[in-house]
Design a protein around this ligand. Structure first.
Ligand code: ZN
Length: 181
């Protein structure tokens, strides 16, 4: 999942020497799995709730894809770093703030070394490129089918920190009512 081009994902069985160098070697451990969608990012550091994990510095504009992150109403980026391995969870450990280009620890829970680095995909994505049935394992907190913020109610979205473009699009969906969420 490095820079651009269309020749990605042709390697199935990953050879160690075929993997790119880690982009955040002091912050993020990547667990690589040959199984589809089973790779993931884990924190190497402990940080208090709300604090900055890292700035997003290698993003490039892109079309919507399963690896992209939405940054505005019609804009998407590729992360071009190990941050792409941050999976979805309905009980996430981090937020992707695409306005400030920051990855921060969630506001209500400290991050501990060894924790999976996960964010709530509908906090950035309005309509996801590849919806999926969630297996995050967060029990009653799990929302099941994840396809973006578009089809989630305000009571669900209200549980999460959301990017401004998502809040705006939710507001328009709901008829421009001020002050919701
Ligand atoms: Zn879930």
């Amino acid at each position: 999942m490095s820079t651009t081009t269309t020749t990605t994902t042709t390697t199935t069985t990953t050879l160690p020497e075929a993997t790119p160098p880690p982009s955040h070697p002091n912050l993020i451990h990547i667990h690589r799995s040959p199984l589809p969608f089973a790779s993931g990012a884990y924190s190497l550091v402990s940080l208090p709730a709300g604090s900055l994990l890292t700035k997003i510095t290698t993003a490039t504009a892109s079309k919507k894809a399963y690896t992209s992150v939405q940054t505005g109403r019609d804009t998407h980026i590729e992360l071009n770093s190990d941050l792409v391995y941050c999976n979805h969870s309905c009980d996430p450990t981090i937020n992707f703030d695409m306005e400030k280009m920051e990855v921060r620890v969630v506001d209500d829970r400290d991050l501990k070394a060894g924790d999976p680095l996960t964010f709530f995909y509908p906090s950035t994505e309005w309509e996801m490129d590849q919806p999926f049935e969630c297996t995050c394992g967060s029990g009653e907190k799990c929302k099941g089918w994840i396809d973006g913020a578009k089809n989630l109610g305000n009571e669900v979205l209200g549980e999460y920190w959301l990017n401004r473009h998502i809040e705006e699009m939710v507001g328009e969906r709901d008829g421009g009512v001020e002050g919701r969420l």
